[in-house]
Design a protein around this ligand. Structure first.
Ligand code: SF4
Length: 687
């Protein structure tokens, strides 16, 4: 059978895949050697994608309650209920909660319906939980949400700093690329992470900082490079602006000794890192959820960017701050405005942008202000302010912080729609209408990876039974709500062209996102589209997309880190396993992937375990103010004493324990609205 070139279903590395169907519901999976992100390599998750394309657990027909319904009946009901709710309670009484698993085209249509036609910006995405602090940090520093780096920079760097990122597990192909750079050119690798993760095994230096002290660490580094004369005065003068008191603030209280005390690491270790950084112009600082998933996430992002701007390490080969995203299309969602805080094409809600997008769409009810971000959105349901919700391709009853309250919201909301590939999830069990969506291998569209490379996801399997693409489902609801001509799409290429035209609409170089050359792309050319990176090399010409063309240093202050409390003596950190993805609806189908970690474990330092009378392989209850769950104990010298780690993947559908989502607080970063999953006060007891 013929091979089809597509893109991996999982992480933001965005690896190219060559898929060859081997039967009605099976495929042989290989890495695409021509794809720039992976050059043929795949990690364990990508390699075993072929085991996950069967129909086990799939939702194959529209369902109203527990009864099978026709598409017409289900879509009519969704459109009628949303229309009635809007008529009675106004446009802000409805919401969409979408996902980085959607194609850019799906995202575009959902965003257009909510922001241009319903008249609310209450559309947020699970990407809010993943990288919205990076978005806010980029906007503050650069004037636009643009990642000023590419994977090629990793090949050309002399120093790579991983901050809050277990890249070896969560972005394995990037980690392999880093290791190749180490072998080829002696690139040094520093890992900054409270945990001694697998990424430390191939590193030159590990800084086990106290959780939540990254601002202090980066401000200390900035003070160090300033004192050592290692800033780039010419770059600062020509391309960077700063608040008046910025440098006084940096010099005040950020000496090596104070910083080491704040971060709870040895001064000699900190000095070793600072010296290495100061002496290595070609530095990439790669950061991920350890930075973003924090109540101080945006400041942490800007503290990293500040160091790169002050040393001129941006817009040059091998030198950049680099946010690496979790999901396959978190970036595409950002590009079409899939966050409640942005409009399409990276625009914010400035009046001229509202007017511009509204005019382009000929929108009858353009949203004029940001909508509710994820945590606030579910809180608004709990409070009765949102009365109709449509969840697409995600499972917030498991993945949101304080997931028990989210579940209560889903139980209580008057009208809930879930479109998903799975028949039965912790969220869809509460749905009044379930709509069967296309899955990976059936989807047709584009995704954008962490370094702005846009790739095609192409179908190589037929849509099973009555499943439909998400863009089709949304446009059918829009048409039934009365907006037929604005949603007259026949294929993903129609949507792609409109998105490309919008990025170029009244954009004469004002914004870096500009897909003008795709505005008239033919259907065949869209089908044959090769991976390409938009925006060229941002800042290579020294201009940033701010009014004065200069990037901005942002004053960041280390917030006080909460000390352990009597009732909550431990600090809970959460994250991923190497071979699982989100709530395991796909990876859970692969027996080979299940072998890596068969059950959810709480990792705990042996000294803490001894004090609690716990031994390896015991069962232990992790308790927080929000809830509790039981995990298998795994003793780990890689944990700092007083800190524990649990995985995010297990759901009520699979296990009575291991429910990490029940535990974190619903506290968010004030700029991005991203929840702080990484440091929740907790206690542990033997069961
Ligand atoms: Fe897929 Fe990410 Fe693995 Fe690449 S690194 S194969 S994109 S999961």
């Amino acid at each position: 059978m013929t091979s089809v070139r597509t893109t991996c279903a999982y992480c933001g590395v965005g690896c190219g895949i060559s898929a060859t169907p081997t039967g009605p519901r099976s495929a042989d999976i290989k890495g695409d050697e021509a794809h720039p992100a992976n050059a043929g390599r795949l990690c364990s998750k990508g390699t075993h994608l072929g085991e996950t394309v069967g129909l086990t657990g799939r939702l194959l027909h529209p369902m109203i309650g527990n009864r099978r319904a026709s598409w017409d009946k289900a879509l009519d009901l969704v459109a009628r209920k949303f229309r009635e709710t809007i008529d009675r309670h106004g446009p802000d009484s409805v919401a969409f909660y979408v996902s980085g698993q959607l194609m850019t085209e799906d995202y575009y249509v959902a965003n257009k319906l909510m922001k241009g036609f319903i008249g609310s910006a209450n559309i947020d995405t699970n990407s809010r939980l993943c990288m919205s602090s990076a978005v806010a940090g980029h906007n503050r520093a650069f004037g636009e949400d643009v990642v000023p780096a590419s994977y090629d920079d990793l090949d050309e760097a002399d120093l790579i700093v991983l901050v809050g990122s277990n890249t070896a597990w969560c972005h394995p192909i990037v980690y392999q690329r880093i290791q190749a750079a180490r072998a080829a050119r002696g690139t040094k690798l520093v890992v900054i992470d409270p945990r001694r993760t697998e990424s430390c095994e191939g590193a030159d230096l590990h800084l086990p900082v106290k959780p939540g002290t990254d601002v202090a660490l980066m401000n200390g580094l900035l003070a160090w490079v300033a004192a050592e004369g290692a800033t780039d005065p010419a770059f600062l003068a020509d391309h960077v602006s700063a608040p008046e008191d910025f440098w006084d603030h940096v010099r005040d209280g950020h000496d090596l000794w104070t910083t080491a005390k704040t971060c709870d690491i040895a001064p000699a270790l900190l000095e070793q890192f600072y010296k290495l950084f100061a002496a290595t112009p070609r530095t990439v600082t790669l950061f991920s959820q350890g930075i973003n998933q924090s109540i101080r996430g945006t400041d942490q992002v800007n503290a990293i960017i500040n160091v790169h701007l002050a040393t001129g390490r941006i817009g040059k080969p091998g030198a950049a701050p680099f946010s690496i995203t979790g999901q396959p299309n978190a970036m595409g969602g950002r590009e079409v405005g899939g966050l409640a805080s942005s409009l399409a094409a990276h625009m914010d809600f400035a009046p001229e942008n509202v007017e511009r997008v509204g005019r382009f769409w000929a929108a009858p009810a353009m949203a004029t202000k940001p909508g509710l971000k994820a945590v606030d959105l579910f809180r608004a349901i709990n409070e009765g302010r949102i009365k109709a919700l449509w969840i697409m391709a995600t499972n917030p009853a498991v993945s949101m912080p304080d997931a028990g309250r989210v579940r209560e919201a889903l139980e209580a909301i008057p009208f809930l729609v879930v479109s998903d590939i799975m028949a039965d999830t912790d969220s869809s069990t509460h749905a009044h209408v379930r709509l069967p969506a296309a899955g990976w291998g059936e989807k047709d569209g584009t995704v954008t990876n962490s370094d702005r490379t846009i790739s095609r996801q192409r179908p190589f399997l037929p849509l099973p039974e009555e499943a439909k693409p998400d863009w089709w489902i949304v446009k059918e609801v829009a048409r039934r709500m009365g907006w037929r001509s604005a949603f007259a799409y026949d294929r993903p290429a129609d949507i792609w062209r409109e998105h490309a035209r919008l990025t170029a609409y009244r954009n004469d170089g004002e914004r870096l996102l500009n897909l003008r050359s795709h505005a008239t792309i033919g259907n065949d050319a869209y089908d044959a589209m090769e991976p390409f990176r938009w925006g060229g090399t941002p800042f290579a010409d020294g201009r940033f997309p701010t009014p004065d063309g200069k990037a901005r240093l942002v004053l960041t202050r280390q917030m006080e880190v909460q000390e352990p409390l009597r009732d909550w003596p431990m600090t809970l950190n959460t994250g991923r396993y190497r071979d699982q993805w989100h709530t395991m609806s796909r990876t859970g189908l692969s027996p080979k992937l299940a072998r890596h970690r068969e059950e959810p474990q709480v990792e705990i330092h042996p000294k803490d375990a001894e004090a609690l009378g716990i031994v390896d392989r015991d069962l232990a209850r992790v308790q927080t103010a929000q809830g509790n769950s039981i995990f298998r104990v795994s003793l780990s010298e890689g944990q700092r004493p007083g800190e524990i780690f649990t995985p995010i993947h297990w759901t009520d559908r699979m296990s009575s324990g291991g429910r990490t989502g029940l535990l974190p607080r619903p506290l968010v970063d004030p700029h991005s609205g991203q929840p702080g999953f990484k440091s929740t006060p907790a206690s542990v007891e033997k069961v």
